[in-house]
Design a protein around this ligand. Sequence first.
Ligand SMILES: [Zn+2]
Length: 64
Amino acid sequence: MNCPHHIQWVVPVAYGQHQCTLCYDLVVKKDVTPKFEDLPAEFQKRWDAHEASWKPPAAPKPAP
Ligand SMILES: [Zn+2]
């Protein structure tokens, strides 16, 4: 699959991740087209906010 993962197709999904609706791959900033750095600040802010919206559960405390 050689998909450019254009941001038009990328949607926020569960666990603070993003998914391309064209190829169904989970994508990260470096995967999208155009380059993440070149996107509007507003888009970058939404991306970061979504990523930050999910925190992995804390590791269980070791048994005493
Ligand atoms: Zn894609």
